[in-house]
Design a protein around this ligand. Sequence first.
Ligand SMILES: Cc1cc2nc3c(=O)[nH]c(=O)nc-3n(C[C@H](O)[C@H](O)[C@H](O)COP(=O)(O)OP(=O)(O)OC[C@H]3O[C@@H](n4cnc5c(N)ncnc54)[C@H](O)[C@@H]3O)c2cc1C
Length: 383
Amino acid sequence: MDTDYADLRDAVAKLCTRYPGPYWRALDRDSAYPSEFVYELTQAGWLSLLIPDEFGGSGLPLSAAAAVLEEIQRQGCNAGACHAQMYTMGTLLRHGSDAQKAEYLPKIAAGELRLQAFGVTEPTSGTDTGALKTTAVRDGDEFVVNGQKVWTSRAEHSDLMLLLARTTPLADGMKKTAGLSVLLVDMRTARDQGLSIRPIRTMMNHATTEVFFDNLRVPAANLIGEEGRGFRYILSGMNAERILIAAECIGDAKWFLEKSVGYANERQVFGRAIAQNQGVQFPIARAYANMRAAELMVQDALRRFDAGDNPGAEANMAKLLAADASFEAANACIQTHGGFGFAEEYDIERKFRETRLYQVAPISTNLILSYLAEHVLGMPRSY
Ligand SMILES: Cc1cc2nc3c(=O)[nH]c(=O)nc-3n(C[C@H](O)[C@H](O)[C@H](O)COP(=O)(O)OP(=O)(O)OC[C@H]3O[C@@H](n4cnc5c(N)ncnc54)[C@H](O)[C@@H]3O)c2cc1C
C-alpha cells in the first residue's frame, strides 16, 4: 500500500457516497446514531486497522487510520460516531494483561464487541482530571464503583467502557494524578446493576451522555495494568487520539473549501460569479493556506508516531492548528454561501456545528497552549 493510502481513501470515499447529506440531516434532526454507516465501516475492517494482526486486526500504522478518518470527513460524513472504536483499545493493547488482550481484542477486531466509550471527564472536575471524584473501592474480587461521568460519548452504542476512577483516596502530599486506575466496564451487564446512562442533547449530533455509577460491581480481573497508575495509561493514548482528530479536522477543512470554491464559481450576483471578487476569494485562499500548514503538522506528528515516538508537542500542535483551520474554513464557507449557508439542505451549517467541537474536545485550545508554554517552551505552569 502506498504511503498516501490512495486505494484506502478511494474505498472509503466510495462507501461514503452511499451516505449523502440527507442521511446525516435526518439523523441530526432526530439525534439518532448512524448505525448503518458504522456497521459498514466495521464490516470493511477499517475500525480495526490499528489492532495487530495476531488479534485479528490489520496491524496498520496510525497514518492509515488518519487517512480513513480524514476521508470520511472530507466526504461530508461524520466519523465522530465511531472514531473511538479505532483508538480506545490502545490502552488495553499497551497495558492490558495477555489474558485481557486475548479475551477482548479479537472480538473488538471482528466488530462483535464495541469499545468506544471513554469515561474520564466529570462534571465538577472538568479538565482537572486529578480532581475526579468517581471512586472504585476494592471489595474481595470486585471493585465497587460510585460517582458520575459527563460527556461520555457513544455510551449507549458501546459494549465496553474504559473508566478512570480513584482507587486510592487523595492524601496530603500525594500527587493528584496518583491513585487513579483504569477499569474495563462491561456495560451489557452493568446497565441493570448500578450503571445508568442519560443522553445529553448538544448543538451537534454526537451521541454523548452522562453516566451514573451507584454501587456498580466490576470484577477485579477487569483492572487494566497496575492499580493506581491509570492516569499514565490514559495519557499514553491521548497523542494518538489528538492526531486522529486533527486528521478529521483536515478532512472537514477540505470539504468546506471545496464547497466554497464550487459555490463561489457558480453563484452569479451583479451579473458575474461572486468568486471574481477578491473579498470572496481571500478568506477562502487564507483558509486553504492555513489548512495546508496544519496538514503538514499532522503529517509530521504521524511520521514521528509511526516511527515509534510519542510526539506530545506535535500531536498537540496538529490538533490545535487543524481544529483552527477547519473552523476558519467552515466560517469562510458560511460567508461564501450567504443566506444559503444557513439552510439545512446545504449541510454547511451541520458541518459547521460538528467541527466547532474540536476546539474544546478532546482537549481545549487553552490547555494545548498551556502544554506548549510549559513543556515545550519552558515557561512556568500557569495553573
Ligand atoms: C460533545 C463532547 C464529547 C465529549 N466526549 C468525551 C468522552 O467521550 N469522554 C470524556 O471523558 N470526555 C469527553 N468530552 C469532554 C471533553 O474532553 C471536555 O469537555 C474538555 O476536555 C473540556 O473540559 P470541560 O468541558 O470540563 O471544561 P473546563 O475544564 O471546565 O474548562 C472550561 C474552559 O476553561 C478553560 N480552562 C480551564 N482551565 C484553564 C486553565 N488552567 N488555563 C486556561 N484555560 C482554562 C478551558 O480551556 C475551557 O475553554 C466531550 C465533550 C464534548 C463537548
